[in-house]
Design a protein. Structure first.
Length: 133
């Protein structure tokens, strides 16, 4: 082995601290919905659009070759409506790692990183970058 000379990057700089919009959802319901709509997504992008409004989340995928898919689930959200896109594979990877029933997404806007963690858990947290949809 060899000792690397240098400083380790400050990981705290990539963890968003000013995300004030809280989206609370059921992990299993969300994971199943993402899995269903992502079957239509192209292999290249695998983008899923999340349209968040007061108490409702609409997941949608539009693929010119395969068609489109849309699903709505009830969520806990009371901020301004927003649309944000994520890679469905990354969403499924994160939700498969979580064990609690409820998951919290802390959002800022459609172009900023999202902080994902289990409700009430101070342990693991996930930072997910959005995609343009």
């Amino acid at each position: 082995s060899k000792l690397i000379d240098g400083t380790f990057p400050d990981y705290n700089r990539v963890i968003p601290s000013d995300n004030s919009k809280e989206l609370l959802l059921d992990r299993a319901t969300f994971s199943s919905a993402v899995d269903r709509v992502s079957t239509i997504a192209s292999d290249r992008g695998r983008a899923v659009k999340l349209s968040i409004a007061d108490g409702q989340l609409t997941l949608s995928v539009n693929n010119p070759d395969s068609g489109s898919a849309e699903e709505e689930i009830a969520v806990g959200y009371s901020d301004d409506a927003m649309d944000i896109g994520f890679n469905s594979r990354y969403l499924l990877d994160i939700t498969n790692q979580l064990s609690a029933d409820e998951t919290t997404f802390m959002l800022a806007d459609a172009g900023s990183p999202t902080l994902i963690r289990e409700k009430g858990e101070a342990g693991a947290l996930y930072v997910l970058m959005p995609m343009r949809v």
